[in-house]
Design a protein around this ligand. Structure first.
Ligand code: PLP
Ligand code: KYN
Length: 425
């Protein structure tokens, strides 16, 4: 008979974990197990420090903060872009910290979507994050095109995953652009971006990515794969704070492509203060900025990214996979017979950073978990998302979270809650 896992084993895994010291750098609440870092990453001491330093520099440096001090604000977007570039396998000029995910997606669709003749369609998918779908459809409408006709949504076979074969089958000669997530927000499926990029390019289709659910958890090689463009946020795995600055990647082969939406911070930096009415865009990813950067929104990212710089994505991915693998093992051992289904891919190369646990009573189980000081999130209709984060979740946390979930089921503690989801689920 196979031996079941033990708590002592979890203790040993933590002792062997080379990243365990980073946990002390985060604001964790005693006795709480935070598993929602794929929605909002936790605050770290480093993020707080660079935020406060930047705040101080506003007091002290006033207008000169744009050009002096440790992080001159005028160059901060480029500096943070360069620091994020290794996370996605890009050249430093290909990444800029700017805007928000949805605004950036609008910008890049406005820039790279050029319907011509028969080639008018944009591919997305049925399991996509809603904001992306709204953005794509509204961009079609701005071109006077009916989304009913020009928006192609790849179907899911079982409601969890999108099969790459099905995406490829949609790549017909009436398609010009494809917008895909790297990792699906609900099931945590990691798409084979290298293959999809190759297939798209063979058919003359551009590929743009929403990498919100992978950057900081999964390494990428956007430049090498030839990915045309991508967007992501910094408030999930990059732990930069609610609504913090997002990012744009544009492959260098597209440098010089005129931004669909123009604003003065997209200017060539040497020329910006010429104040000419003729827009002279930068010839790097910076071209796709619009406004003066939200410096205070970007400041925590300086500190937060220093951890990623120190560690590298290889070790982060390794620990993340090990944590999710461990969680799946414990779920199988401890929760058999309670109606749970693991709804994320179990193979490492197909899985992002979170576990997607399905249950028909997911809403109230999530409420009971919160009451038990385990923080998950619920995604309709039946998913409990559990994200153990490489930088601050321990193996003992994973052990304890599964134990608390088991005791909820055994004692029926979830039954006192309603099936209604909260406004913010
Ligand atoms: C995959 C994905 N895309 C887009 C968004 C929306 O991002 P924002 O609100 O920053 O535009 C989110 C999360 O909110 C997301 O998970
Ligand atoms: N930005 C937010 C603000 C409020 C509540 C949640 C979010 C999220 O980011 C949700 C996340 N994108 C998700 O994958 O569901």
């Amino acid at each position: 008979m196979m031996m079941k896992s033990t708590q002592e084993e979890a203790v040993r895994f933590d002792q062997q974990d080379i990243l365990s010291k980073y946990r002390n750098e985060f604001y964790l609440i005693p006795n709480q197990i935070y598993l929602d870092g794929n929605s909002l990453g936790l605050c770290s001491i480093r993020a707080e420090k660079t935020f406060l330093e930047t705040f101080e520099s506003w007091k002290r440096d006033q207008i000169d903060g744009w050009s002096s001090g440790e992080y001159p604000w005028f160059y901060l977007a480029e500096m943070l872009g360069a620091k994020m570039a290794p996370l996605v396998g890009a050249k430093k000029e290909e990444v800029i910290a700017t805007g928000t995910t949805t605004v950036n997606l609008h910008q890049l669709i406005a820039t790279f979507y050029h319907p011509e003749g028969k080639r008018t369609k944009i591919i997305a998918n049925d399991l996509d994050f809603p904001s992306d779908i709204y953005a794509i459809k509204s961009q079609l409408q701005l071109h006077g095109l009916d989304p009913e006709e020009h928006f192609l949504s790849v179907k899911s076979r079982q409601g969890r995953y999108i099969d790459e074969e099905d995406i490829i089958a949609c790549m017909q000669d009436d398609v010009t652009l494809m917008i895909l997530p790297t990792v699906l927000y609900r099931s945590g499926q990691l798409l084979d971006i290298e293959r999809l990029t190759r297939e798209a390019h063979q058919r003359g289709i551009l590929i743009g990515l929403d990498a919100c659910h992978s950057v900081g958890a999964v390494p990428h090689h956007f430049h090498q794969w030839g990915v045309d463009f991508a967007v992501w946020c910094s408030y999930k795995y990059l732990n930069s704070g609610p609504g913090s600055v997002a990012a744009i990647y544009v492959h260098e082969k597209h440098f010089g492509t005129v931004p669909g939406l123009a604003g003065w911070f997209g200017s060539d930096k040497e020329r910006q203060f010429d104040m000419s009415h003729v827009f002279e865009p930068s010839r790097q990813a910076g071209a796709y900025q619009l406004s003066a950067p939200s410096i205070l929104n970007a400041a925590p990212l300086i500190g937060s990214l220093s951890m990623f710089e120190e560690i590298g994505m290889g070790s982060i991915r390794e620990k993340s996979l090990s944590l999710t693998r461990y969680m799946m093992l414990l779920i199988e051992e401890e929760l058999q017979g309670w109606g749970f289904v693991i709804g994320n891919p179990t193979e490492d190369h197909r899985r992002g950073g979170h576990i997607s646990l399905e249950h028909e009573e997911a809403t109230r189980i999530c409420k009971a978990l919160k009451e038990a000081n385990v923080i998950p999130d619920f995604r309709a209709p039946n998913v409990i998302r559990l994200a153990p984060i490489a930088l601050y979740t321990s193996y003992q946390d994973v052990w304890e979270a599964v134990q608390r979930l088991k005791s909820i089921m055994v004692e029926g503690k979830h039954k006192v809650y309603s099936h209604e989801r909260g406004v913010i689920a």
